[in-house]
Write a new protein. Structure first.
Length: 213
């Protein structure tokens, strides 16, 4: 079973909303070219399932499914080739189905109660979503104190301008965000810009790694 930390190794998880399956392959190529071969493809569009399949079949990018709300969607995501699953909140049904498939899951949790539910389910990494409006870096620092060993993946409201505020926190495993794979960039076919923003993000993450606290 892939560890949930595997897709987090780049410290950045691009969060993708794909409207057209045809964009999946050039998008994956752009992320690979930018040195960020990982993507969370959200189950918010009819194209998501096929897009995951197209990207997973390339073999050079780690593709997960995001916005997974039900056990049935876990089945569909895994069948399409998703190698990790992300959900916006904590759902026992989603977590249990992921365990049945042997697929790592990253559920959302922004309160101590939600975190305890994740811990009781045997997890030690949670998505902190929506990060900016849930208290941002200060909230993560406060929650990290009573939960030593827990790692966070803040997502929502993060970009090149503030990712270091999160990645310099020891308890933060990685950040997620759509800024380098925005819907407007994809629909405009601006894949060179996706690569540039991905490369910039990796550079910023590497710089932040030297300033962890
Ligand atoms: C989302 O749900 O779309 C992700 O959390 C990304 O959020 P962002 O667009 O603020 O980066």
């Amino acid at each position: 079973m892939t560890d949930v930390l595997t897709p987090l190794a780049y410290r950045i998880v691009p969060v993708v909303v794909l409207d057209e399956v045809e964009d999946a392959d050039p998008l994956a190529a752009a992320l690979v070219a930018g040195g960020l071969p990982v993507a969370e493809v959200t189950f918010r569009t009819p194209a998501a399932r096929d897009a995951i399949q197209v990207m997973a079949e390339r073999g050079d990018i780690l593709v997960g499914a995001g916005t997974i709300l039900t056990a049935h969607q876990v089945d569909a995501a895994v069948a399409a080739g998703a190698s990790f699953v992300v959900s916006p909140g904590f759902s026992s049904a989603v977590v249990e189905r992921c365990a049945e498939h042997g697929v790592p899951v990253l559920p959302g949790a922004v309160t101590a109660t939600e975190i305890q539910a994740a811990l009781e389910a045997g997890l030690d990494v949670v998505k902190f979503f929506p990060a900016a409006t849930s208290g941002g870096p200060a909230a993560i620092r406060a929650l990290a104190a009573p939960f030593p060993g827990l790692r966070f993946v803040p997502t929502g409201g993060i970009g090149a301008d503030n990712l270091a505020d999160y990645l310099t926190i020891d308890a933060v495993a990685a950040v997620g965000g759509s800024w380098m794979v925005s819907r407007s960039l994809i629909s405009a076919g601006s894949f060179a810009e996706v690569s540039r923003l991905a490369r910039e993000a990796v550079g910023l993450a590497n710089a932040a790694a030297t300033g962890r606290q």
